[in-house]
Design a protein around this ligand. Sequence first.
Ligand SMILES: NC(=O)c1ccc[n+]([C@@H]2O[C@H](COP(=O)([O-])OP(=O)(O)OC[C@H]3O[C@@H](n4cnc5c(N)ncnc54)[C@H](OP(=O)(O)O)[C@@H]3O)[C@@H](O)[C@H]2O)c1
Length: 266
Amino acid sequence: MRHPYGGRALITGASSGIGAAAARLFADAGYTVYAASRHPLPDAERITGLPMDVTDDESVRRAVARMAGDGGVGVVLHCAGMGVAGAAEDTPDQDVRDQFEVNYFGVLRVNRHVVPLLRQAGQGLVIITGSVAGRIPIPYQSHYSATKYALDAYAECLRMELKPFGVKVTLIEPGDTATGFTAARRFAVPEGSPYAAQVKSAVARMERDERSGHPAAKPARAALRTASRKNPPPRVTVGASYRAIMALRRALPARALEAVLSRLYR
Ligand SMILES: NC(=O)c1ccc[n+]([C@@H]2O[C@H](COP(=O)([O-])OP(=O)(O)OC[C@H]3O[C@@H](n4cnc5c(N)ncnc54)[C@H](OP(=O)(O)O)[C@@H]3O)[C@@H](O)[C@H]2O)c1
């Protein structure tokens, strides 16, 4: 496999799911992998577990400095993420902020330390894990969707801004994937909520779809393939069925999309 950005990769959210699968796949493909998360994987061949909390700037600084000191970084793959389910109205600000701190500001924090290194090297690749939920709004998971919509805009802008410096940016968009995300989902459903029944039924649907979704290795392979391309695309939607859903989303009038989603998650 080609390593156009050098053979060193930093992967966040690497203790579980897509990040953990990516750490193994990148290592098998010959990369030296720094696998970062709050509960890092034990070191293995070509994999160094790195403690990193993406909500804590000092923890990110330390982890990136350690990797940079060992020999630099060429590819950064952002996989740290979490979700809170609940009605938009019910979800306390703190739960909204927690999601943005991990999913959106977490990416920013890591990039603030890594991007200067890539820019100075005149090459590198930033892969951000967005979601199909970053272009299709998911009711009862609205604030999670909002974090992914935010990443969508950020990734496109970052890509244009870094192009003159030789640094590439790609957004990976997985659909439902069977990972630790489902069990880690938090809930914001206050007692007596008028939305309780809808949230219960919508989340049951989401959980079913996630558990029967793609294996974590599928988006991880998409990330690895992206890293082998000198000219990676702005976005990679994972799996033919989700590419078809995205095409449909572009074609459907807004009211029709709303009707489909309302029916799916009622
Ligand atoms: N599963 C799906 O259906 C799906 C679909 C589309 C997109 N995605 C996205 O894919 C990405 C990976 O999620 P996943 O499905 O693989 O879920 P997962 O199995 O729960 O993995 C999430 C990872 O994020 C890490 N993490 C959470 N909070 C963190 C923090 N504050 N600092 C550092 N790391 C943190 C966790 O590790 P620690 O707890 O050890 O820190 C874990 O390694 C997320 O961005 C998610 O939104 C998932």
